[in-house]
Write a protein that binds this ligand. Structure first.
Ligand code: SF4
Ligand code: SF4
Length: 252
Protein backbone atom coordinates (compact mmCIF):
# COMPACT_ATOMS: atom_id res chain seq x y z
CA UNK A 1 0.00 0.00 0.00
CA UNK A 2 1.42 3.40 -0.97
CA UNK A 3 0.99 6.91 0.31
CA UNK A 4 -2.55 7.92 1.22
CA UNK A 5 -4.15 11.31 1.58
CA UNK A 6 -6.86 11.92 4.11
CA UNK A 7 -8.80 14.96 5.27
CA UNK A 8 -8.23 16.51 8.68
CA UNK A 9 -10.81 15.28 11.16
CA UNK A 10 -12.25 18.19 13.17
CA UNK A 11 -9.23 20.22 12.12
CA UNK A 12 -6.75 18.15 14.16
CA UNK A 13 -4.40 15.18 13.82
CA UNK A 14 -2.29 13.06 16.15
CA UNK A 15 1.41 12.78 15.39
CA UNK A 16 4.86 12.69 16.94
CA UNK A 17 8.21 11.94 15.36
CA UNK A 18 11.16 11.29 17.69
CA UNK A 19 14.43 9.34 17.79
CA UNK A 20 12.89 6.59 19.92
CA UNK A 21 10.27 5.62 17.33
CA UNK A 22 10.79 2.31 15.48
CA UNK A 23 10.60 3.89 12.01
CA UNK A 24 13.02 6.74 12.79
CA UNK A 25 14.56 8.11 9.54
CA UNK A 26 12.88 5.43 7.39
CA UNK A 27 11.06 8.20 5.56
CA UNK A 28 14.32 9.89 4.47
CA UNK A 29 14.91 7.63 1.44
CA UNK A 30 13.71 7.09 -2.13
CA UNK A 31 12.00 10.47 -2.12
CA UNK A 32 11.00 12.56 -5.10
CA UNK A 33 11.77 15.70 -3.14
CA UNK A 34 11.29 18.79 -5.30
CA UNK A 35 13.46 21.68 -4.14
CA UNK A 36 12.26 25.25 -4.34
CA UNK A 37 14.64 28.20 -4.71
CA UNK A 38 14.26 28.98 -1.00
CA UNK A 39 15.03 25.35 -0.04
CA UNK A 40 18.27 25.62 -2.02
CA UNK A 41 19.14 28.98 -0.50
CA UNK A 42 18.78 27.59 3.03
CA UNK A 43 20.70 24.39 2.32
CA UNK A 44 23.59 26.02 0.48
CA UNK A 45 24.06 28.44 3.37
CA UNK A 46 23.94 25.62 5.84
CA UNK A 47 26.55 23.67 3.88
CA UNK A 48 28.64 26.78 3.10
CA UNK A 49 28.51 26.00 -0.63
CA UNK A 50 28.03 28.19 -3.68
CA UNK A 51 24.73 27.50 -5.39
CA UNK A 52 26.41 25.89 -8.42
CA UNK A 53 28.36 23.58 -6.07
CA UNK A 54 25.15 22.65 -4.27
CA UNK A 55 23.39 21.92 -7.56
CA UNK A 56 26.30 19.77 -8.81
CA UNK A 57 26.52 17.70 -5.64
CA UNK A 58 22.97 17.37 -4.44
CA UNK A 59 20.45 18.12 -7.17
CA UNK A 60 18.96 16.70 -10.34
CA UNK A 61 17.08 18.72 -12.93
CA UNK A 62 13.93 17.36 -14.51
CA UNK A 63 10.83 18.54 -16.31
CA UNK A 64 7.41 17.88 -14.88
CA UNK A 65 4.21 17.29 -16.80
CA UNK A 66 2.13 20.42 -16.88
CA UNK A 67 5.03 22.71 -15.93
CA UNK A 68 6.81 24.87 -18.47
CA UNK A 69 10.01 25.30 -16.49
CA UNK A 70 12.90 23.08 -15.35
CA UNK A 71 12.42 21.69 -11.84
CA UNK A 72 15.08 20.51 -9.39
CA UNK A 73 14.90 17.60 -6.96
CA UNK A 74 17.20 16.40 -4.20
CA UNK A 75 19.46 13.58 -5.42
CA UNK A 76 18.92 10.47 -3.35
CA UNK A 77 21.69 7.86 -2.89
CA UNK A 78 22.16 5.78 -6.01
CA UNK A 79 22.46 2.49 -4.07
CA UNK A 80 19.51 0.21 -3.31
CA UNK A 81 18.60 2.07 -0.13
CA UNK A 82 18.35 5.41 -1.92
CA UNK A 83 18.94 7.38 1.28
CA UNK A 84 18.83 11.15 1.45
CA UNK A 85 22.40 12.53 1.52
CA UNK A 86 21.62 14.34 4.78
CA UNK A 87 20.16 11.52 6.85
CA UNK A 88 22.22 10.18 9.77
CA UNK A 89 21.38 7.63 12.49
CA UNK A 90 20.66 10.63 14.77
CA UNK A 91 18.27 12.24 12.28
CA UNK A 92 18.55 15.03 9.73
CA UNK A 93 22.02 16.59 9.62
CA UNK A 94 20.60 19.88 8.29
CA UNK A 95 17.48 19.85 10.47
CA UNK A 96 17.17 23.65 10.99
CA UNK A 97 17.50 24.19 7.22
CA UNK A 98 15.70 21.11 5.90
CA UNK A 99 13.45 21.62 2.86
CA UNK A 100 9.91 22.88 3.26
CA UNK A 101 8.43 19.51 2.24
CA UNK A 102 10.30 17.77 5.11
CA UNK A 103 8.96 20.38 7.54
CA UNK A 104 5.38 20.03 6.42
CA UNK A 105 5.09 16.23 6.64
CA UNK A 106 2.64 14.73 7.63
CA UNK A 107 0.63 17.76 6.57
CA UNK A 108 0.12 18.20 2.84
CA UNK A 109 -0.55 21.63 1.37
CA UNK A 110 -2.09 22.28 -2.01
CA UNK A 111 -1.61 25.90 -3.02
CA UNK A 112 -2.70 27.67 -6.15
CA UNK A 113 -1.32 31.10 -6.92
CA UNK A 114 -4.02 33.66 -7.54
CA UNK A 115 -2.77 36.20 -10.07
CA UNK A 116 -2.65 39.68 -8.60
CA UNK A 117 -3.07 38.45 -5.02
CA UNK A 118 -0.21 38.18 -2.56
CA UNK A 119 -1.45 35.06 -0.78
CA UNK A 120 -2.08 31.76 -2.56
CA UNK A 121 -5.31 29.81 -2.18
CA UNK A 122 -4.42 26.90 0.11
CA UNK A 123 -5.89 23.62 1.33
CA UNK A 124 -4.45 21.23 3.93
CA UNK A 125 -4.76 17.47 4.30
CA UNK A 126 -2.87 14.61 5.94
CA UNK A 127 -0.34 12.46 4.08
CA UNK A 128 -0.09 8.94 5.49
CA UNK A 129 3.00 6.90 4.65
CA UNK A 130 2.31 3.23 5.43
CA UNK A 131 5.57 2.76 7.38
CA UNK A 132 5.11 5.90 9.50
CA UNK A 133 4.40 5.07 13.14
CA UNK A 134 4.09 8.73 14.15
CA UNK A 135 0.29 8.63 13.76
CA UNK A 136 0.03 6.17 16.67
CA UNK A 137 1.39 8.77 19.07
CA UNK A 138 -0.95 10.81 21.27
CA UNK A 139 0.32 14.36 20.62
CA UNK A 140 -2.48 16.40 19.08
CA UNK A 141 -2.00 19.28 16.60
CA UNK A 142 -4.04 21.75 14.65
CA UNK A 143 -2.52 22.64 11.27
CA UNK A 144 -1.62 26.13 12.54
CA UNK A 145 0.16 24.69 15.57
CA UNK A 146 2.07 22.28 13.34
CA UNK A 147 3.11 24.97 10.84
CA UNK A 148 4.35 27.23 13.64
CA UNK A 149 6.19 24.35 15.36
CA UNK A 150 7.99 23.35 12.15
CA UNK A 151 8.84 26.91 11.05
CA UNK A 152 6.95 26.66 7.77
CA UNK A 153 5.75 30.24 7.27
CA UNK A 154 8.93 31.81 5.81
CA UNK A 155 9.21 28.90 3.39
CA UNK A 156 5.58 29.30 2.36
CA UNK A 157 5.92 33.04 1.72
CA UNK A 158 8.97 32.57 -0.52
CA UNK A 159 7.62 29.46 -2.23
CA UNK A 160 4.28 31.06 -3.05
CA UNK A 161 6.01 34.06 -4.65
CA UNK A 162 7.89 31.62 -6.89
CA UNK A 163 4.82 29.47 -7.53
CA UNK A 164 3.13 32.52 -9.00
CA UNK A 165 5.82 32.54 -11.72
CA UNK A 166 5.87 28.77 -12.27
CA UNK A 167 2.10 28.57 -12.66
CA UNK A 168 1.60 31.83 -14.54
CA UNK A 169 -0.69 31.42 -17.55
CA UNK A 170 1.07 34.31 -19.32
CA UNK A 171 2.76 33.69 -22.67
CA UNK A 172 6.53 33.20 -22.87
CA UNK A 173 6.56 34.82 -26.29
CA UNK A 174 8.17 33.50 -29.48
CA UNK A 175 9.47 29.91 -29.51
CA UNK A 176 12.90 31.14 -30.60
CA UNK A 177 13.36 32.76 -27.13
CA UNK A 178 12.24 29.77 -25.08
CA UNK A 179 15.64 28.20 -24.43
CA UNK A 180 17.08 31.51 -23.30
CA UNK A 181 14.07 32.09 -21.04
CA UNK A 182 14.42 28.63 -19.49
CA UNK A 183 18.09 29.37 -18.79
CA UNK A 184 17.16 32.68 -17.16
CA UNK A 185 14.48 30.95 -15.08
CA UNK A 186 17.00 28.34 -13.93
CA UNK A 187 19.64 30.89 -12.96
CA UNK A 188 17.36 33.32 -11.11
CA UNK A 189 15.52 30.48 -9.37
CA UNK A 190 18.27 28.02 -8.43
CA UNK A 191 21.71 29.47 -9.13
CA UNK A 192 21.53 32.58 -6.99
CA UNK A 193 25.29 33.24 -7.02
CA UNK A 194 25.25 33.06 -10.82
CA UNK A 195 22.32 35.48 -10.87
CA UNK A 196 24.25 37.92 -8.66
CA UNK A 197 27.19 37.77 -11.09
CA UNK A 198 24.77 38.41 -13.95
CA UNK A 199 23.55 41.59 -12.23
CA UNK A 200 26.93 42.98 -11.25
CA UNK A 201 29.26 41.66 -13.97
CA UNK A 202 27.10 42.24 -17.05
CA UNK A 203 25.70 45.54 -18.42
CA UNK A 204 22.53 44.87 -16.35
CA UNK A 205 22.88 47.95 -14.12
CA UNK A 206 23.53 50.20 -17.08
CA UNK A 207 20.26 49.06 -18.67
CA UNK A 208 17.85 48.87 -15.72
CA UNK A 209 16.80 51.19 -12.90
CA UNK A 210 17.87 49.63 -9.60
CA UNK A 211 18.03 52.09 -6.68
CA UNK A 212 21.43 52.14 -4.94
CA UNK A 213 19.98 50.91 -1.62
CA UNK A 214 18.47 47.92 -3.41
CA UNK A 215 21.77 47.30 -5.24
CA UNK A 216 23.57 47.17 -1.88
CA UNK A 217 21.02 44.75 -0.44
CA UNK A 218 21.06 42.53 -3.54
CA UNK A 219 24.87 42.42 -3.38
CA UNK A 220 24.93 41.10 0.18
CA UNK A 221 21.62 39.49 1.11
CA UNK A 222 20.45 36.32 -0.65
CA UNK A 223 16.79 36.65 0.34
CA UNK A 224 16.62 40.16 -1.13
CA UNK A 225 18.44 38.89 -4.22
CA UNK A 226 15.92 36.06 -4.58
CA UNK A 227 12.94 38.41 -4.26
CA UNK A 228 14.54 40.72 -6.85
CA UNK A 229 15.06 37.65 -9.06
CA UNK A 230 11.33 36.89 -8.93
CA UNK A 231 10.55 40.44 -10.08
CA UNK A 232 13.17 40.11 -12.82
CA UNK A 233 11.62 36.83 -14.00
CA UNK A 234 8.17 38.39 -14.26
CA UNK A 235 9.73 41.11 -16.42
CA UNK A 236 12.06 38.98 -18.55
CA UNK A 237 9.74 35.99 -19.05
CA UNK A 238 6.34 37.61 -19.34
CA UNK A 239 7.05 41.28 -20.04
CA UNK A 240 5.42 42.47 -16.79
CA UNK A 241 6.37 45.99 -15.72
CA UNK A 242 8.12 44.86 -12.55
CA UNK A 243 11.55 46.20 -13.60
CA UNK A 244 12.07 49.56 -15.22
CA UNK A 245 14.56 49.89 -18.12
CA UNK A 246 16.64 53.11 -18.08
CA UNK A 247 15.21 55.90 -20.20
CA UNK A 248 17.49 55.29 -23.22
CA UNK A 249 16.49 51.61 -23.34
CA UNK A 250 12.74 52.12 -23.05
CA UNK A 251 10.57 51.15 -25.99
CA UNK A 252 9.02 54.29 -27.51
S1 SF4 B 1 8.32 7.57 9.24
FE1 SF4 B 1 7.09 9.11 10.35
S2 SF4 B 1 7.50 8.86 12.55
FE2 SF4 B 1 9.01 7.64 11.38
S3 SF4 B 1 10.74 9.03 11.27
FE3 SF4 B 1 9.57 9.38 9.42
S4 SF4 B 1 8.13 11.06 9.93
FE4 SF4 B 1 9.00 10.27 11.85
S1 SF4 C 1 16.60 16.70 4.19
FE1 SF4 C 1 16.59 15.86 6.26
S2 SF4 C 1 14.44 15.58 6.78
FE2 SF4 C 1 14.56 15.83 4.56
S3 SF4 C 1 14.69 13.77 3.69
FE3 SF4 C 1 16.79 14.49 4.00
S4 SF4 C 1 17.39 13.80 6.04
FE4 SF4 C 1 15.16 13.62 5.89
Amino acid sequence: MGQQFRPLEDGVFHFRCHPGISCFTECCARLHLILTPYDILRMKHRLALRSDEFLDRYAETFTKDGTRFPMVKLRMGRDQEGRCPFVTPEGCAIYEDRPGACRLYPVGRAAAAVQGQKTARERFFIVVEPHCQGFKEKTKWTVDEWLAHEGVSEYTAMNDAWLEIVSSPKSLGPKAHLQQKHQMFFMASYNLDGFRRFIFKSPFLTRFEVPSTLQEAVATDDVTLMKFGFEWLKFSLFGEKTIQPKRQFRAV
